[in-house]
Design a protein around this ligand. Structure first.
Ligand SMILES: [Ca+2]
Ligand SMILES: [Ca+2]
Ligand SMILES: [Ca+2]
Length: 285
């Protein structure tokens, strides 16, 4: 089985077609190694912030992802040292030594300003920022609204990227991550298994690692689906990036099935996640 097939397993038919075209044009036909996981919140009224110990899928996947990055030099930005006056748009920070700039724009391309939700946010007494989003570590993070466009811009091409998110899908929206090298779209990954009107106070993790130098990317676009009159806020926290030299052990993926999700294990993990999700949906239906 090729890496490409492993990557495609979690994609919608439309995206499979898109990637198939991209893979056919690319040489060689590699694929990004994807790490995405979701933990639904069984009782948002009781726990508006999903307790850390209930983030089993996301914690496990994030730990696996971090194992593949060089310890001690790869860093994560969690926004803990920024004031709540700090605007998201234009925020420039070094992550793992790479200049990283956040872009947050209105639909007309102007800078998104005004209100606390366009700035670094501090959780309230219930642990929440705006609209039920929350940081996944510490008490600060950012949130993005589906009516706006959020991008992460890198000063140089990188090989790995990850972030944590919260409260995606409770308004029926989905998120699609697009990885670019300059203006060339290299890959697109929908995070769309949440379903309609679900995802309230949930947590998800997304990570991607290039398997080939042709996949090194310098721009990440968060394409948040927008349904008219039904915008959705998503919390974001813990951005990690890694330069190609900082990715270690990717070639070993699969050598130790107890440490990382091997290709053989991934379908099982995915199936497990889907079963959990179906139970959750059945419970709220
Ligand atoms: Ca944080
Ligand atoms: Ca939301
Ligand atoms: Ca919510």
């Amino acid at each position: 089985m090729s890496a490409g097939l492993r990557t495609l397993r979690r994609m919608s038919p439309l995206s499979i077609a898109t990637i198939a075209v991209i893979a056919a044009a690319a040489q060689p036909a590699q694929a990004f190694r994807l790490f995405d996981a979701y933990d639904g919140n069984p009782d948002p009224a009781e726990f508006p912030v999903l307790p850390t110990e209930q983030r089993t899928n996301t914690n496990e996947t994030a730990a696996t992802f971090s194992l593949l990055l060089a310890a001690g030099v790869v860093t994560t930005e969690g926004f803990e040292n920024f004031p709540t006056s700090q605007a998201i748009d234009g925020l420039s920070i070094p992550i793992s030594g790479v200049g990283t700039t956040l872009s947050y724009k209105n639909s007309d391309g102007t800078s998104a300003t005004g209100g606390a939700s366009t700035k670094v946010q501090k959780a309230d007494g219930n642990g929440l920022t705006n609209s039920g989003t929350f940081p996944t570590e510490g008490d600060r993070g950012i949130s993005i609204n589906s009516t706006k466009r959020f991008e992460v811009l890198l000063d140089e091409a990188i090989a790995a990227f990850s972030f944590w998110g919260t409260d995606l899908g409770d308004r029926g929206n989905t998120l699609t991550i697009e990885l670019y090298r300059d203006t060339t779209l290299l890959a697109t990954q929908p995070i769309d298994y949440l379903g309609e009107n679900s995802g309230d106070s949930s947590v998800f993790f997304f990570g991607s690692i290039a398997e080939d130098p042709t996949e090194y990317f310098n721009r990440v676009v968060f394409n948040n689906s927008k349904k008219t009159g039904n915008s959705d806020a998503i919390g974001l926290d813990q951005f990690t990036i890694a330069m190609p030299s900082q990715v270690v052990g990717l070639g070993d993926l699969g050598a130790d099935p107890t440490a990382v999700p091997t290709p053989a294990l991934l379908p099982g993990l995915l199936g497990f996640g889907l079963r959990i999700w179906k139970r959750r949906r059945a419970a709220v239906a």
